[in-house]
Design a protein. Sequence first.
Length: 449
Amino acid sequence: MSQARSHWSNRWTFMLATAGSAIGLGNIWKFPYMTGVNGGSAFVLVFLACIAIVGIPLMMCEIMLGRRAQRNPIDGMHALAQEAGSSRHWKWVGVMGLFAGILILAFYSVIAGWILHYVVEAARGSFIGMDGERAASAFQQFLASPVELALWHTMFIGMTLGVVARGVNAGLEQANKILMPSLFAILLVLLGYSMSVGDFHAALHFMFTPDFSKVTPTAVLSALGHAFFSLSLGMGAVMVYGSYLQRHVSIARTSIYIALADTLVGLLVGIAIFALVFANHLEPGAGPGLIFQTLPIAFGRMPMGTIMGVLFFVLVAFAAWTSAISLVEPAVAWITENSRLNRKQSAWLIGIADWLLGIAVLLSFNLWQDIRLLFGLGIFDTLDKLTTTIMLPLGGLCMAVFAGWYMKTSHVAEELDISPLAYRAWRFTIRYISPLAIVAIFLYLTGLL
Ligand code: PFF
């Protein structure tokens, strides 16, 4: 099963790119506010368990599927199903993933646009002397302006598809090689800063003193759903990255490193944010507005707040950018490999589709505020819920079932190349634990639990 196609230059670039996909708005925007809303340490603890028990085995599974197939997720699932002697309908897993990526980018890009706007606001010194009221009204005013939102959204779509159009080596690899090390460097600076001026102790206490009474079913299931989103699992992004991976690289070891990097960044950003929040006696459980409404107040009151504010939002922008690239790579790879369009044209096509969808999403914050789609939710929330709580877990479930129950054991073992004991543990997880955990999410969501 091989085709002449691009590959990562080496194992490190694969790891950087996959970590780039994993580390994104999920870690920096969602994880801290979910921790804040779900009572702190209990949520962190459950999240860590979800990453270890479900996340890492599934990441191994998805990379394995991609590398064995050496194709985009749709053709890849088709080819693997043929090899296993099972139904060609498995390709629908790839199809669903491809659409999930396009739908996620539609709202991801809108939020990433807010981040770009906040880079500029921080640089203009708008945070200085900001109080809660002003922070909230500045944010509301921004959300009320479709033109401004569209401007930043357009810019982010352009940045994303611009990279994807350049291909695996000149685009994806090059971007990740620059953006990821910069991201880590900025993170260290911010940590040092929040350690010296923030309330580090309170942040650590909030995030790491376990209080088991707060481990509710809701906390468990939202942690599990977030583990998927955070590791970019279930939609073929990791699979398509795995399909550019050379044969000799250890899938198990790289998966563990990527999951560790993803988790560590989430935790460190969380600590940095909460240290600033607590030092200013602000509210940790503010929800999605945490970094847009609460954090600017903290930056505005602290020494060097302007420069640190800029650095913070640049960090978030870099993280979002490297994730966004991976959201559309499956679609662009599929079109390029199946039509006469070249990469650039495919990127334009997907870019236009996502731009249009994104416009609908950003209008749902103002002019189309009252439009209700699925489950009585607005456009933004519908896309978010549909993808992160249904499509990604469903994709992950199908991949686990396919790898665990349908693929030939010898093929899987050959691809994973781990000790017999580790293999047995992995297989048990992928056959029973991961599917059960995912089914639990669904049952819970439909109110049966
Ligand atoms: N993992 C990304 C984040 O945490 O922000 C989001 C994401 C990227 C999800 C790519 C899924 C994906 F395929």
